[in-house]
Design a protein around this ligand. Structure first.
Ligand code: FES
Ligand SMILES: [Fe+2]
Length: 361
């Protein structure tokens, strides 16, 4: 049984980057798994991304072992076909089997079809909608600010044996920064009172931190020089986006960091980060200074998250204690786990939540 709720399949996930999916006549198709659904991806005759279930309907070998060929019929536009490695069945861009070598004439049967999933290519990513039970009724997430003039963007990709929930919680949690990133993001001996406003809607939850005049670590002294007021916002957006935004009292210093955390299965993820920023008038210098610091922070997080994942395995699962400081995790779980249709057993229907608390950061 899938560990993911049905509603999670009715959403868009990043399967790979634009660069990962190259010209399919020159490069082999690629395989990716999204929410436990194995996919083969290749480009069609117009360069469009095609995603099929990575299982040949004939004898179920991975279609990703096959190759893409150009097919032309007189009087018709050329199309691409994915040819299975085992017996050479040929699948068109919609997954229909168009040729079974040696069988004549071909009688097309529905059970000879490879399942095709909707795709969208947007902002340098290939997005997949990993179910055919319903058609998408919305577009994939659009990363804000990326196309804005005066902003620069960079990012990286990473696979990790960690759950989406634990990565999102770690990324959005301010209280580990004094320890895991001591001196880099915050320092424990320089805590200040801060108010946090938590708001949860249908598809997202966010925590707005106010009152940190100057965040105590090195990153902020470098990345927000001369800024007296910093408002930081941590957000989780369905289905898999953890996002931190820093707003300062100066419009020309701004930072938005997003992680799209595609679950491969319930304990492995593929992360695509999108870091968009404005650093005064010289963004290239901000990137030169900032990028190594981000990577250092990511390595520090990865170390503690891998230790956590290993211990979860050793003890057979999660047994967490919560306090008021664990601000977003209960809401992340709530958004991901609340059933689509409220039942008598569900705790309460998906509802708005709003609260402001005081903490020391
Ligand atoms: S398994 Fe694919 S053609 Fe036979
Ligand atoms: Fe961290």
């Amino acid at each position: 049984m899938s560990p993911f709720k049905p509603h999670q399949y009715r959403d868009w996930y990043i399967a790979c980057t634009t660069q990962d999916l190259r010209d399919s006549l020159r490069h082999p198709p690629i395989s990716r798994t999204v929410l436990g659904v194995p996919l083969v991806l290749f480009r069609g005759s117009h360069g469009q991304a095609i995603a099929l279930l990575d299982r040949c309907p004939h004898r179920n070998v991975p279609l990703s072992l096959g190759k893409v060929e150009r097919h032309t019929v007189q009087g018709k536009p050329a199309s691409h076909r994915l040819v299975c490695r085992y017996h050479g069945w040929q699948f068109d861009e919609q997954g229909h089997c168009q040729n079974i070598p040696g069988l004549c004439p071909l009688v097309m049967e529905e059970n000879q079809r490879a399942i095709a999933y909707p795709t969208v290519e947007q902002q340098g990513f290939i997005w997949v909608y990993p179910t055919v039970e319903t058609a998408p009724n919305h577009q994939p997430y659009h990363f804000p600010l990326v196309e804005q003039p005066k902003f620069s963007t960079f990012g990286w990709q990473m696979q990790a044996p960690i759950s989406r929930e634990n990565i999102a919680e770690n990324f959005l949690d301010a209280t580990h920064t004094h320890f895991v990133h001591a001196g880099l993001i915050r320092s424990s001996h320089q805590r200040r009172p801060v108010t946090v406003q938590i708001t949860r809607g249908d598809r997202q939850v966010e925590a707005i931190y106010r009152g940190e005049q100057q965040i105590s670590g090195l990153i902020y002294r470098l990345l927000a020089p001369g800024c007296r007021e910093v408002i930081s916002i941590g957000r989780f957006l369905l289905p898999a986006i953890a996002q931190i935004e820093y707003q300062t009292d100066r419009n020309d210093y701004r930072l938005l960091m997003s992680l799209f955390i595609t679950p491969i299965d319930h304990q492995q993820v593929q992360i695509h980060s999108v870091i968009t920023f404005r650093w005064g008038k010289i963004n290239w210098l901000g990137r030169l200074i900032g990028q190594p610091l981000f990577h250092q922070a990511m390595r520090q997080d990865l170390n503690i998250l891998l230790a956590q994942a290993k211990n979860l395995e050793r003890f057979g699962g999660e047994q967490f204690a919560y306090t008021q400081l664990d601000l977003l995790r209960p809401h992340i779980d709530y958004l991901l786990q609340t059933p689509d249709e409220p039942t008598a057993q569900s705790p309460k229907p998906l509802s708005r939540f709003e609260k402001t608390i005081a903490i020391q950061l």
